[in-house]
Design a protein around this ligand. Structure first.
Ligand SMILES: *Cc1c(COP(=O)(O)O)cnc(C)c1O
Length: 389
């Protein structure tokens, strides 16, 4: 494509033209009647996308890390016991944030590419006293997906809040917040939600709000404090004005456009589409003889694929040669294996056409890096594995 490379990283992703066009609508006042309507409607749509009819949505200017920061700042009090289910880089980050707010953090570790079993997690919870458990739904550093439903059930049984980092999963992976008993889900605009970077999105369930309201100490973060934002979110949803900090007006308009598209596609269909596209991508990568970071199919996410470089291929060279063929993929992120693998994001607007183009660019690049590749083999395998959803 002229002047446009295909952006196939795990966020930011390819955005729909209508979403990008929404950004260019002239900025209104944040209390203009039209904007109040759009903001209120976006909050209502979030409940549907997160599948949380009884949750409280928050839309804040910031990245996904701010969403994590907000969750921990409001829910973790000095001395609280926090259990972190660790599947990689972003679980490490949640552990660091929770301890910054005074949480006494214990981690349940897993080998790189794996996830802790429900039994291992239950054994930790049985030791008792955990107020909060954090789960990275899809750890973008490994491409590993957690069993959120199973983990949320355990958290409930042992009286801990289940907080889910869904930055690489919301609107791509099946996630039923209320039905599964998840207490908080957070994400960022630039991943599967399909809106350019800049919005932190959080939905807090009734138990999370209860813990927040029962705090004995103030939230030690001024910007993130729900006491400041709750009245604003409630006001917009009631189609009234509220103010604490100026909302990112243009991004909220774009978010509303994207959420409208997501709900028009339908959550079930959207999850199925991501599964079909993921199956195709993984089959293509396997056909080229490349291993993948997740240790088994059952722990591999559908929003992304994490192939290992073949022996003898220089990773940096491969990624740059793929880019020279018009497709941008991401290098490694997990500190233990950073130089050993790369990452393909296939979430949001990306469909089978984008995945086939990506595999084709990878085949060309592999050949140029001296790896013996039968051109078209990956693409053919992906086509073969793809099915209508
Ligand atoms: C991208 C990502 C984050 C961080 O989001 P930023 O917008 O980069 O701050 C956190 N968790 C997961 C799982 C992610 O994929």
């Amino acid at each position: 494509m002229k002047n446009h490379s295909l952006l196939m990283i795990p966020g930011p992703v390819e955005f729909e033209p209508e979403v990008l066009a929404a950004l260019a609508v002239p900025t209104t006042s944040h209390v203009a009647p039209d904007f109040i309507q759009i903001f209120g409607s976006a909050l209502e749509q979030m409940r549907q996308v997160f599948q949380s009819p009884d949750g409280q949505p928050f839309i804040l200017a910031g990245s996904g890390t701010l969403a994590m920061d907000t969750a921990a700042a409001n829910l973790v009090e000095q001395g609280d016991k926090v259990l972190v289910i660790n599947t990689g880089y972003f679980s490490d980050r949640f552990a660091a944030i929770a301890s910054r707010y005074g949480g006494r953090v214990t981690q349940v570790p897993a080998p790189v590419g794996g996830r802790p079993s429900l039994d291992e997690v239950e054994a930790m919870l049985q030791q008792g006293g955990y107020q909060v458990m954090t789960v990275t739904h899809v750890d973008t550093s490994t491409g590993v997906i957690n069993d959120v439903q199973g983990l949320a059930g355990l958290a409930r049984r042992y009286g801990a809040l289940c907080v889910v980092d869904g930055v690489c999963s919301v609107a791509a992976e099946e996630l039923r917040m209320s039905e599964w008993g998840v207490d908080l889900v957070l994400t960022a605009s630039q991943k599967a939600v399909g809106t350019p970077p800049g919005l932190a999105l959080v939905v807090a369930g009734p138990r999370a709000l209860e813990k927040f309201k029962g705090r004995t100490t103030p939230v030690p973060n001024y910007y993130a404090d729900w006491a400041n934002w709750l009245p604003v979110m409630e006001a917009y949803e009631a189609r009234k004005t509220g103010y604490f900090g100026t909302p990112a007006v243009n991004l909220v308009v774009a978010l509303h456009t994207s959420l409208t598209q997501i709900l028009a596609e339908g959550m079930e269909t959207r999850w199925q589409r991501h599964m079909a596209v993921s199956r195709a991508c993984k089959a293509g990568i396997a056909a080229l003889g490349l291993a993948q970071v997740p240790l088994g199919e059952e722990v591999a996410a559908h929003a992304m694929t994490a192939p290992r470089y073949p022996l003898g291929v220089n990773g940096a060279e491969l990624v740059s040669r793929v880019a020279s063929h018009g497709v941008v993929v991401a290098g490694g992120l997990h500190p233990a294996i950073r130089g050993d693998y790369f990452r393909i994001g296939h979430m949001g607007a990306a469909g089978i056409a984008e995945v086939l183009a990506t595999l084709s660019a990878i085949e060309l690049a592999l050949g140029e890096c001296g790896y013996p590749v039968e051109t078209g083999k990956g693409v053919a395998a992906a086509q073969g594995a793809y099915s209508n959803y």
